[in-house]
Design a protein around this ligand. Structure first.
Ligand code: FAD
Length: 434
């Protein structure tokens, strides 16, 4: 018979979202088992963090280590919009507007960052099994998720818990089976990228660089260190397939893109393009982020095009929210539905805000002022300054208060959620009666 471990919470996936929820639940005294398919360190794309993550990194006790090991990120430099002049936004402007002591984010080599996060989860008390491949979801007779089956060292094993968290990224181990997923057809893209081992920095050398490419798509430049630059191209899957007709390769298309990119021509030697990497980049969202006995966070729940580097921030913020919702449900099983519903509502709102803004911004024919004005309307900070509004929105800073103050059992907030439910139920039954 296969060996079974029993814990409070089983987490599938040890990426940033999985290690965050594992760390926080273990820190608050719950037993946690994280099952990660790979052996770390392992390669991953997603290298530029946003400053909205800083409070969570402080909560996890990682700020000093991040500062010591990774390149600071001060802001974003853009060549985007109807006006050809480059423009820039500084992350510290968003923090200054809130009186916060934080100033910056980080550009990270993900293999090292993810290892740091997973090791920290161990340090905070989570048990972590690497090379542990989850293959099956276990459910009881009511359909409630009760655990998973996995293989490790050629052996079949089981892990059971009061909750199972899907943090398996694009693997979508639970969400694939437990819910429907809506794919955003207009954001069905492909990314191609490479690394340069020397480059000429631009004026704001710590910024992420983003440039719209004539003819479609956009380019990123991420300074991982003073010598190493990550540079990639995001293009719609349809345009890429048109461009590769007649025997042209993705490499040819990438080179054409770099040749027409002002940033690439200024910063790198186009004769030194190394090994190319490529992946699908298709935004999606699950119909629900939770169900009886399970919760999904990170890419397994929702993914947005990396235009504003929001992936790790959104996934880890969701993990912070979910840790509190699961914590409340572990304390009092009767609160499970309400706590998970509240987590779902807030996470979904954060996703929708970014998605709406990415869609607006993807049109590169507007003026800087229009991009900033729209951001001001969506973001949540009290400011009339559209430049501050823009940087607060794209850095995640405007959502910090919602995330940090989230309390799934706050009575006033609960009343709001109950009222929303009542309204939704009334609307649903009147539609059903039509
Ligand atoms: C081209 C591109 C560029 C991007 N750039 C950025 C960026 O600059 N900044 C940013 O913040 N985000 C970026 N992202 C998004 C970012 O990569 C993701 O949002 C982020 O990695 C999600 O974290 P996660 O923890 O949810 O998933 P992951 O980091 O993917 O972790 C999931 C883990 O689950 C494990 N797993 C999967 N299946 C199983 C299984 N069956 N059993 C056990 N374990 C399993 C995997 O091995 C993996 O380690 C980018 C994405 C793309 C496609």
């Amino acid at each position: 018979m296969s060996r079974t471990e029993n814990v409070d919470v089983v987490v599938v996936g040890g990426g940033p979202a999985g290690s965050t929820i594992g760390s926080l639940l273990a820190k608050s005294g719950h037993t946690v088992l994280i099952l990660e398919r790979e052996t770390f360190p392992r390669y991953h794309i997603g290298e530029s963090m946003v400053s909205g993550m800083a409070p969570l990194m402080e909560e996890l006790g990682l700020i000093e280590e991040l500062d010591a090991r990774f390149q600071h990120k001060s802001g974003i430099s853009l060549r985007w919009g109807r006006d050809p002049e480059p423009w820039r936004s500084d992350f510290s402007a968003a923090f200054s507007a809130t009186g916060s002591h934080f100033t910056h984010a980080w550009h990270v080599t993900r293999s090292e960052f993810d290892q740091l996060m997973l090791d920290n989860a161990r340090k905070l008390g989570a048990t972590v099994h690497e090379a542990a491949h989850v293959t099956e979801i276990l459910r009881d007779e009511t359909g409630r998720v009760t655990g998973v089956a996995y293989t490790q060292d050629g052996e079949s094993r089981r892990a059971t818990g009061r909750f199972v968290v899907d943090a398996s990224g694009q693997g979508r181990v639970l969400t694939r089976q437990m819910t429907e997923t809506t794919w955003q057809e207009d954001l069905r893209n492909v990314a191609v990228w490479t690394y340069f081992d020397s480059y000429t920095p631009i004026e704001y050398k710590d910024d992420i660089l983003v440039e719209a490419i004539q003819g479609g798509g956009w380019v990123w430049g991420i300074p991982l260190s003073d010598t190493r630059l990550s540079m990639g191209y995001v293009l719609s899957a349809g345009k890429l397939s048109e461009a590769t007709r007649g025997g042209r390769t993705q490499g040819d298309v990438f080179l054409d893109c770099l040749e027409s990119s002002h940033l690439a021509r200024t910063m790198v030697d186009l004769g030194a393009v190394g090994e190319l990497k490529t992946t699908r980049d298709w935004s999606h969202v699950c119909d629900t982020f939770h169900g009886p006995g399970w919760v999904a966070v990170g890419d397994s729940a929702a993914f947005i095009d990396p235009l504003f580097s929001s992936g790790v921030w959104l996934g880890t913020s969701a993990a912070w929210l979910a840790a509190r919702a699961i914590g409340a449900a572990l304390e009092d099983a009767e609160q499970e539905q309400l706590a998970l519903e509240r987590f779902d509502t807030l996470y979904r709102q954060m996703f929708k805000d970014i998605l709406a803004y990415v869609r607006f911004f993807m049109d590169p024919t507007r003026l800087r002022e229009e991009y900033e004005e729209r951001a001001l309307q969506i973001q949540k900070m009290v400011t009339q300054n559209s430049r501050v509004g823009f940087v607060s929105m794209i850095s995640g800073v405007s959502a910090i208060a919602d995330v940090v103050d989230f309390d799934p059992m706050n009575v006033e907030d609960v009343e709001d959620v109950m009222q929303d439910w009542d309204e939704q139920t009334a609307a649903a039954s009147s539609t059903a009666g039509d």
